[in-house]
Design a binder for this molecule. Structure first.
Ligand code: ADP
Length: 485
């Protein structure tokens, strides 16, 4: 089979509603830029209320037939989608680099990770088992069905432009739901490309609709619609809270994957080299723009100086370049606002006494690059100690004991990821249990996998994505009482 073209030129100008590639009703568009160069790579429709409503109606019209297929039939279609994504891995990765900036090897990795959700949920959809419950009376039987929730609205971010689409769309479609999805303005092409492949795989018209445009208007239309029964959002805590409130009037189910402020804790008995390597990975992967990236690094005082030096040396060697450059290890930040935030966090820390062991400033003058940076002598008065920096800056603080570092780790409104390095099994278990977060990596900086539940506690979100639990978010329980038997 010949490959489907997935370049910005092929994808520009249209979004997908009811199986039709269409522009906005008023013809408006907006440009998408390459964050490494600032050049315009293409444009997509600036859709508003009427287009969003059309997409909701299309999803609603497609629902009965899609829900009515057997789980096995949906499985077959999703497995074809999975195969097509992998066949087009290179083109999807290049498209992602062009709009998101991450190095090509990371983009390839993300496409593979995104595809893994499609395969996983294609399988899980076949296992949406119900149950029978022993009844209290002899003439009654109790059955519990797990049924598709209905039309789902989804809003996704720019940091994982491919995996965040499949992590929502695959379980929704596997469960028998239909979807209207709005990707981030910075990275719409990856979503549109995935939708092209879904269409080619046989996903029927209207089952997966992708709309691009004004986030506020699209958000309002999705949240106020009584047809949309669930909203699934990944993005900032600020926008998540706004959407949470907006869903109250129609009492929607909600899945929220919001911000994090991950602690990365290195005890004195840690495997030193493994901890340095993991810190490099957990902090600088995706140029620090991942919600489970280590945001606060606490290192025991016995190791602190040596660890800071070793991490600075390793970070200083990371190659910063356009993601298409084969040697690139660090891409640009997504946009000017993101770069500005990182600059402000670093300037604030330096002004309050932190020292930059490597990096500390913007890299070059073109695009939104920032030098991989390691700061030591960070203290709680600095913004970087409390706010998510979302950039390539490792902020190191020393600690003395387990009780102290546990309290610091938990002193945040967030609770998504956390990392602990120790060779002491008892301590590993105590820390894993006592840290208030949805995910804890012990002796590893890499925790994302489709087979485990991803999600946060506290203000990091609601619900879980991936794993067998990820399907539940798109299913409702229905209790049936058969009486008079
Ligand atoms: P970030 O700060 O990482 O860009 P956002 O929460 O602003 O995170 O963006 C995540 C997604 O939320 C994007 O698709 C964006 O367009 C969308 N978004 C931003 N503001 C709103 C809003 N007011 N209503 C609905 N969606 C929004």
């Amino acid at each position: 089979m010949s490959l489907i073209p997935l370049t910005p030129e092929h994808l520009s100008g249209h979004a997908l509603i009811g199986g039709q590639w269409v522009g906005a009703t008023d013809g408006a568009t907006f440009n998408v830029q390459n964050p490494a160069t600032g050049s315009v790579i293409g444009c997509v429709p600036r859709m508003g209320q009427a287009d969003t409503q059309a997409a909701i109606d299309a999803a609603n019209a497609a629902l009965p037939a899609w829900r009515g297929l057997s789980a096995k039939e949906r499985h077959r279609i999703l497995m074809r989608w999975h195969a097509l994504i992998l066949e087009h891995q290179e083109a999807l990765a290049e498209l992602m680099v062009a709009e998101q900036g991450k190095p090509l090897f990371e983009a390839r990795g993300e496409v593979g990770y995104g595809a893994s959700f499609v395969e996983w949920f294609a399988e899980e959809g076949k296992r949406a088992y119900g149950e029978t419950v022993p009844s209290g009376s002899a003439d009654r039987r109790i059955l519990v069905l797990r049924q598709a929730i209905g039309v789902v609205g989804a809003i996704t971010p720019w940091n994982l432009p491919s995996a965040m689409i499949t992590r929502k769309a695959a379980p929704a479609l596997a469960a028998g739901c239909t979807m209207v999805l709005k990707p981030a303005e910075d990275t719409p092409f990856s979503a549109l490309a995935l939708a092209r492949l879904a269409q080619a795989a046989g996903v029927p018209d209207g089952v997966l609709n992708i709309i691009t445009g004004d986030p506020v208007v699209i958000g309002q239309t999705l949240t106020s619609s009584p047809i949309v029964r669930k909203l699934s959002f990944t993005g900032s805590t600020q926008v998540g809270k706004l959407l949470y409130r907006a869903c109250a009037d129609t009492v929607k189910k909600l899945g929220l994957e919001l911000g994090g402020n991950a602690p990365f804790i290195v005890f004195e008995d840690a495997d030193f080299d493994a901890a340095v390597e993991a810190a490099l990975n957990a902090k600088f992967r995706h140029t620090g723009q991942n919600c489970v990236c280590a945001n606060r690094l606490y290192v025991h005082s016995a190791l602190y100086d040596r660890f800071a030096q070793a991490l600075a040396e390793a970070a200083g060697k990371l190659v910063v370049s356009n993601g298409m450059d084969p040697v690139a290890q660090q891409g640009p930040l997504i946009n000017a606002g993101a770069l500005q935030k990182v600059i402000e966090h670093v300037e604030d820390a330096l002004a309050k006494g932190a020292k930059a062991l490597t990096g500390g400033k913007r890299h070059g003058t073109q695009g939104h690059f920032f030098e991989p940076t390691v700061l030591r002598d960070v203290n709680p008065s600095m913004r970087i100690a409390h706010e998510e920096t979302f950039g390539p800056v490792a902020a190191l603080q020393p600690f003395e004991n387990e009780a102290e570092v546990t309290a610091w780790a938990n002193d945040t409104d967030y609770g998504l990821g956390a990392f602990v390095f120790t060779q002491n099994l008892g301590r590993a278990m105590r820390m894993a249990e006592n840290i208030e977060s949805g995910i804890v990596g012990v002796n590893t900086g890499i925790i994302s996998t489709e087979v485990a539940p991803f999600g946060g506690i506290k203000q990091s979100g609601l619900g879980r994505e991936g794993s067998r639990h990820g399907l539940d978010d798109f299913l409702e329980l229905k209790y049936i009482c058969l009486a008079g038997l």
